[in-house]
Write a protein that binds this ligand. Structure first.
Ligand SMILES: [Zn+2]
Length: 93
């Protein structure tokens, strides 16, 4: 499996050239924004655009293969923000 150049272009355009996790624009991050599999391939994620998002290197490295994290307020495990299924402003309010 691999993501085609055209799919990468569409993911970049859909994200308006911003990291979909922290919203940093390409002009303000070090390196090139990367196409990330929200559900990692190693965990059964597919290359379809419904599983792809644009991420800066810091967010991509921090997220790594995780789909859940511990909420520091509640101490409970919760899903990591998924830009394909959730609203950024609602998730981070
Ligand atoms: Zn980011």
């Amino acid at each position: 499996m691999s993501v085609s150049d055209k799919a990468r272009q569409r993911v970049r355009q859909r994200a308006s050239n911003r990291c979909e996790y922290c919203l940093s624009h390409q002009d303000y991050v070090m390196g090139t924004l990367q196409v990330d599999h929200w559900l990692p391939v190693s965990r059964g994620g597919m290359d379809d655009e419904g599983n792809l998002c644009l991420a800066c290197e810091l967010c991509n490295q921090h997220k790594w293969a995780k789909t859940e994290a511990i909420d520091p307020m509640s101490g409970e495990s919760c899903p990591i923000f998924n830009p394909r299924t959730q609203s950024w402003s609602k998730h981070f309010c």
